[in-house]
Design a protein around this ligand. Sequence first.
Ligand code: AR6
Length: 170
Amino acid sequence: MIIELIKADITTIKADAIVNAANSSLLGGGGVDGAIHRKGGKEILKACVAIRNKQGTCKTGNAVITTAGNLPAKYVIHTVGPVWNGESEKNKALLADCYRNSLNLAIKNGVKVIAFPNISTGIYHFPKDKAADIAITTVNNFAQKEKIEKVIFVCFDDENYELYLQKLNR
Ligand code: AR6
């Protein structure tokens, strides 16, 4: 499995799947979620509503998959990161769940190349340094690594990009 780091808007990435930092409603929001729904078009929201009608809201740490609508990717994997409310093992475990459950769902759908944003580090205020450690460690320790060809960490802000650069070079 190759790990790639880029600084970009994830809606421009032509991967098999891009991951969305969604909320449990699955109905859209701000940040990367807003950008994905805006640029991906109505088909994504339609698919999210269908999932909600079938299985209800998406719990923190879980992931669901939809079409990517008008985006260059094939699928969007929507995962719900934890809201930072202070240091806790639970928060860290839930963020790791987001990466692991997204990767498992990717494999189930034949995804070879997957792009992740820096889940929970925006509106949900998870400290960027801690979140980057969890993201990198979880992806590195993922049990079925050989089934994924490439994981792209897509950083949007300079701070996240510099953190990932340092940590991945180590
Ligand atoms: N491409 C890649 N990364 C982005 C983009 C983009 N277009 N836009 C922002 N980021 P956030 P969260 C980065 O707030 O913290 C929404 O309202 C951003 O720099 O998008 O998980 C949802 O509906 C940050 O590093 O997600 C939820 O309610 C990272 O994406 C809530 O926000 C995550 O920031 C989720 O909050």
